[in-house]
Design a protein around this ligand. Structure first.
Ligand SMILES: Nc1ncnc2c1ncn2[C@@H]1O[C@H](COP(=O)(O)OP(=O)(O)OP(=O)(O)O)[C@@H](O)[C@H]1O
Ligand SMILES: [Mg+2]
Length: 262
């Protein structure tokens, strides 16, 4: 990317982005805008293209067509490293936490706080880790930077992954199914982490199968069906029951006309 960023432009914009795998049209002509501090839920059935869409945003896959803009400028040579440098951090479905390591190691892995001699400054890391855990909303007295990740609940593990993204000053955090396979209480723990990330100024794209989770935390909800965004609603424009009905209609007969409400 070149030039200076445009402060009024969306943080991220996809224009007519497509990606196929052989005969499978995984993502089709998607337009999407994310502004600073937005929480956008991406919902849709298995195979709808949700993970593929976020892999296009995070630079894992290159689009076959369309453009990606960051802060108003078309990206070039988009890959995972340039996406990260642009402030986009992704927590994948099969998230990469080292379960047998401490929370602290996981927070800083690959980007350890180093001193003048290149030594890892454990004390500074611990102080940073504690501050970060408080900011993201870890409240349990039983969890410290030295806790082993495998002893944490599913929701707390997700929190470590989100805290890690925040440590890297992510302006956009992408979460692929962070509440999948979690109990009701644990899902709430994760939704609270998402709210905290927003209050710290990050935008969040949040993939879920659960319309109620989407509805609870998102400013906007985008519905993906067979690779296409078939509906996009502001939270205040639709209630959860209407959203479920909309998705059922889409599943039965494809997208109704004039779906985009945003
Ligand atoms: N690397 C790949 N190679 C070939 N096909 C792929 C690849 N990744 C995804 N697909 C196909 O693209 C389509 C969309 O898959 P994707 O994983 O994006 O869906 P999803 O909405 O994330 O589904 P789920 O809710 O099950 O995670 C599917 O038909 C899938 O089989
Ligand atoms: Mg997926």
């Amino acid at each position: 990317m070149q030039g200076t960023p445009d402060a009024r432009a969306p943080l991220l914009e996809l224009r007519d982005v497509s990606k196929s795998f052989g005969p499978v049209f995984a993502v089709r002509n998607v337009d999407l805008r994310i502004h600073a501090g937005d929480i956008v839920a991406l919902v849709g059935d298995n195979g709808a293209g949700k993970s593929t869409l976020i892999k296009l945003i995070s630079g894992v896959h290159a689009p076959d067509g369309g453009e990606i803009y960051v802060r108003g400028r078309a990206v070039q040579h988009w890959n995972t490293a340039t996406a990260r440098r642009s402030g986009i951090e992704t927590v994948y479905q099969d998230k990469a936490l080292a379960e047998q390591q401490t929370v602290m190691r996981n927070l800083f892995m690959g980007r350890e706080v180093t001193g003048p001699l290149g030594l890892i400054r454990l004390r500074r890391e611990r102080v940073e880790a504690e501050a970060l855990m408080r900011r993201i909303g870890f409240t349990s007295q039983l969890i410290s930077p030295d806790s082993i990740v495998s002893t944490l609940s599913g929701g707390e593990r997700e929190g470590v992954a989100i805290a890690r993204a925040m440590f890297f000053k992510a302006e956009l955090i992408i979460l692929d199914e962070p509440t999948q396979a979690l109990s009701l209480t644990q899902a709430q723990v994760v939704l609270n982490f998402v709210r905290r990330a927003k209050s710290e100024g990050s935008a969040v794209i949040f993939i879920t199968h659960n319309v109620y989770h989407a509805y609870e935390v998102a400013d906007r909800i985008a519905i993906l069906d067979r690779g296409q965004i078939v509906g996009e609603f502001r939270r205040e424009d639709i209630d959860a029951v209407q959203l479920v009905q909309f998705m059922q209609t889409v599943a039965r007969q494809g997208a109704p006309t004039a779906p985009r409400q945003v």
